[in-house]
Design a protein around this ligand. Structure first.
Ligand code: ZN
Length: 219
């Protein structure tokens, strides 16, 4: 990752520790997410919740540049990461502790991977291969990824998952709560399978489109 210049040394240490813990405790996808953040030039920003708009968020670093790059042709995931920015709220680090940072990095990291995949598949120029999930699909999958992480991590992490409605408890068993996740998406985001929200291509304005073959000079 490439930190914004004003991210403090302490914040970098805490984020670095959270990524190592995700690699240590996570499943294959969660480990892949942590590696993706660590090993690429993904842009990492820390700022107030009013700017980040939530405990974390993901956006294109510069949508015009990303669009231009997609039009130029094949872009792999690693290169696509350079155009993606992951934001973490100051408040997540200060009040959420390591648990909050890990949960946010797993959730937002899944989004970041989705953004990079959207750009990379758009660059192939084939509409059938274009990865372009709806907001509902994107949020459901990030919530599910975070839920599975909190469950694996156990203890206070699992308690947090239960409190958020991502996990449920029956007896001594803790499992993912698909209905709880849907309730949360409906309540907090106004998203449901019937109201799936915008597709990921609209992260850019105008939207990212698969770069078609250039037709010129036919007539
Ligand atoms: Zn999200």
């Amino acid at each position: 990752m490439r930190y914004f210049a004003d991210v403090s040394k302490q914040d970098r240490q805490k984020i670095g520790q959270a990524l190592r813990d995700i690699r240590h405790f996570g499943d294959r996808l969660q480990v892949a997410i942590a590696r993706f953040i660590e090993k690429t030039e993904l842009n990492l920003f820390v700022g107030p919740v009013s700017v980040v708009r939530g405990s974390g968020s993901v956006q294109l670093e510069n949508h015009k540049r990303a669009r231009k790059r997609v039009e130029k042709g094949t872009l792999d995931l690693k290169e696509a990461a350079r155009h993606v920015r992951l934001n973490i709220a100051r408040e997540t680090i200060d009040t959420g502790g390591q648990r909050g940072i890990e949960g946010t990095l797993v959730h937002e990291g899944k989004h970041a991977l989705d953004f990079a995949r959207m750009l990379s598949t758009a660059s192939l120029g084939d509409v059938a291969k274009f990865f372009n999930p709806t907001a509902f699909q994107k949020e459901y999958s990030a919530h599910l990824t975070a839920a599975l992480y909190l469950r694996r991590r156990g203890g206070e992490y699992a308690d947090e998952g239960i409190r958020l409605g991502l996990l449920k408890e029956s007896g001594s068993d803790v499992s993912v709560d698909p209905e709880g996740i849907r309730d949360r998406l409906s309540r907090n985001y106004g998203l449901s399978p019937e109201r799936p929200g915008a597709r990921l291509e609209t992260a850019s304005d105008p939207p990212i489109r698969p770069a078609g073959p250039k037709i010129s000079g036919l007539f």
